[in-house]
Design a protein around this ligand. Sequence first.
Ligand code: SAH
Length: 457
Amino acid sequence: MAKRIPPVRTGDQITLTITGQSHTGDGVGKHEGFTVFVPLAIAGEQVVARINRVKKTYAHAQLEKILVTSPHRVHASCPVFAQCGGCQLQHIAYPVQLESKRRQVADSFARIGGLGEGQVLPVLGMKEPWSYRNKAQVPFGGGKGRIKAGFYAAGSHEIVEFEHCLIQQPENDAVIQQVKALVQELGIVPYDEKKHRGCLRHIMVRTGFHTGEVMVVLITNGPELPSQKKLVTGLRERVPGLASLIQNIQPRRSNVILGQESRVLWGRPVIYDMIGHVRFAISSHSFFQVNPVQTEVLYEQVRQVAALTGKETIIDAYCGIGTIGLYLAKDAARVLGVESIPQAVEDARYNAELNGIHHAAFEVGSAEEVMPRWAKEGICPDVIIVDPPRKGCAPELLNAVADMSPDRLIYVSCNPATLARDVAALKERGYLYRHVQPVDMFPHTSHVETVVLLQRQ
Ligand code: SAH
C-alpha cells in the first residue's frame, strides 16, 4: 500500500466534526480521512482546531473554537482543569463519561480481542463523583523561598499550582498546603530536575478514608533533610490525624517518584484503613486503591462473581497488600496470594494476622514465575483472581492459569486494551467470558477499571 502523505501540517487551522473519544479522553475526528485528536473536544461537536503535532497516521490539534456544542458539555468546576494533566473529562457530563468508558471497553473487546462487543454492562459510577482520592503525589519546584507545589501539566513537567484539587479528599489538599508553607518558612530548597540539585522532590500524602489517619512522605534527593526537627514538630502541630511521617530518599535522575530507602521520621511506618469488614495496614511503598468508596463496589463485584461457598481454594495474583484475597477470605477455605513488592507482601501477611485470618499465605515473586511453579506443585484453585498492572498478564501466567484449570477466573483490569488481548488468549485455552462489569474508580479522568468473570467451558 502506498504511503499516504498527511493532509495537514503543523500550524494548519481545520474545521472538524468530532466522532468519538480516545482512550485518553481526547475528542477524535477525521480530516480528509486522517485521524486528528483534539483535547477538550466532545463527540458530536463541530470545532475549529489548530494542528500542533503531525505523525505518520494521525495528528494532534488544539481546540480553538466550538461551532456546534455537545449537549453533554458542562462547565468544568476546577479552575486549572485545562492546564493540569490530572483530569481529562471534567467538561463532559458524568453520566456521559460513564457511557464513554463502557464504549471504550466494548470497543477494545471488538477491536483488539476480536471478541465482538459482547455484553459490557453499564459502568458503576459514584453518586458524588468528587473528593474521592485518598492519595496525592505532588512535585515540588520553583526555588528557595518561592516554592511551587502542584501537579504536572499534561505531557510536561511544568508544575500547575492549585489550592483545592476537586478529586482529592480535602484533608490531602490541606496537608500539601501545610507542607508547602513549612518548607517555605524553613527555607528548604526544592529539587531542580534539570540540574539534579536541591532537596525536596515530591510529597506523597495518604489519608485513611475510614480512620482519618494521615501518612506524609517527604521524598528527598539525598539523605539530608535540613531543619528536620522543626519540620517534624511543625507537621505534628499542623496536620490533624498525622500517624506516619516518612522520609524517602530518591537520589536517581528518574521519573520514578519513590526511591528504595525510607526512614520513619515520626510515628508509625504504616497507616490503617478499612475496606468493608477488613482492616489494612498500608506502608509508603505499597499499592492501595485510591478510591475507597469505589474499592468496595469493585470488591463486591469480585465477591459476587466469585460465588464462594467456604470450601474453595482461591489465588489472588498481583495481590498488593492482600486486599482482594483478605476481603474474600471469610468465604474461602484457603487463600494464596502472590505479589512482586516484598514490602507489600510483608503488609499482606501482617494484614492477615491483624484480621485473625489464618488460612491465607502470601509469596513474594513475579506472578508469571510463581504461578507456573504452583501449577507444577499441583495446587488446584477453584477460583483465580488476577489484578495486573496496565501491561496485563504475561503469557506464562495465562498458561499457568489454564494448567491449574480453575472453574472461575476473575480478571480485574485497569486497561481495556490488555484486558481484551488476555481475554482473547484465554478463550483459546477454553475460558469464556461471562460478565463484563466496568467500575468507575477514577471519575473525571480517562481511566477505566473492569471486572470480568471467565468460566471454564
Ligand atoms: N489487587 C491489589 C493490587 C493491584 S495493583 C489491590 O486491589 O489493591 C497491581 C499489583 O501488582 C501491584 O501491587 C504491583 O506491585 C504488583 N505487580 C506488578 N507486576 C507484578 C508481577 N509481575 N508479579 C506480581 N505482582 C506484580
